[in-house]
Design a protein around this ligand. Structure first.
Ligand SMILES: [Zn+2]
Length: 223
């Protein structure tokens, strides 16, 4: 932890986007601590800079690809898992959750015929299956239409993408189950979002709030 504290905010933000620290929650705890001394604006500026460096750097060639994720931009490996397709159109297009199992980053690609365009870039928090046996990812990059819903999180249960979760300023969650993401709707439809979730998902999100409070606090500031 002490070595993290010595790093400047810009560097810590780059480490988040590029998954350069194994324990992301530890990394976020260091960012949260810096927020007390450097202030919210400095944290927001650091993450804006890191996001644009990431988009124009390692991520540039992955914004639009054929078919979806095949090689990870971080580890160049093909240890890729597909976790589900939402908003499925009659022709089979939709929004697909792809992830690199090595780096634990999720890429949501909007598929149109063979073309896959980036919708959301998500980074896993904690250990695999840490939250009531589910894995939770923070959405680091989202489409403009979803910005009012930030901070956003994706939930994977037994290899299946089951929901997107949004927190309000009071850290009260709202839920969009993947099964509600049907053709003709979009994640930015407020009507799709529910205050209640299944008991299992509620427990997972409670576990996230308990162990990732620092992360959520910073995510609320940088949204
Ligand atoms: Zn990877």
């Amino acid at each position: 932890m002490s070595s993290l504290q010595e790093k400047p905010l810009d560097k810590l933000a780059d480490m988040v986007f590029n998954v350069l620290w194994q324990d992301q929650l530890e990394l976020w705890a260091a960012v949260r601590k810096k927020m007390d001394s450097a202030g919210s604006d400095a944290v927001r500026t650091a993450f804006e800079g890191a996001r644009s460096r990431f988009l124009s750097g390692p991520f540039k060639d992955h914004l639009e690809v054929r078919w979806g994720m095949s090689i990870c931009m971080h580890c160049n490996d093909d240890n890729i898992e597909k976790n589900g397709l939402a908003f499925v159109a009659p022709n089979g297009d939709g929004l697909e959750f792809n992830q690199c199992l090595n780096c634990r980053v999720g890429l949501l690609y909007s598929l149109q015929s063979a073309k896959a365009r980036l919708d959301t870039y998500a980074i896993a928090l904690g250990k695999p299956n840490q939250f009531n046996k589910m894995s939770i990812y923070w959405d680091a990059i989202v489409p403009d239409s979803l910005k009012p819903f930030q901070p956003l999180y994706e939930v994977i249960d037994e290899g299946k993408w089951i929901a997107t979760v949004s927190y309000d300023r009071n850290m009260v969650p709202r839920f969009l189950p993947t099964e509600s993401m049907v053709f003709g709707t979009s994640r930015s439809d407020s009507a799709l979002w529910k205050e209640q979730a299944s008991p299992g998902l509620t427990e997972a999100v409670n576990a996230l709030a308990a162990s990732a409070k620092h992360q959520i606090e910073v995510a609320l500031v940088i949204r």
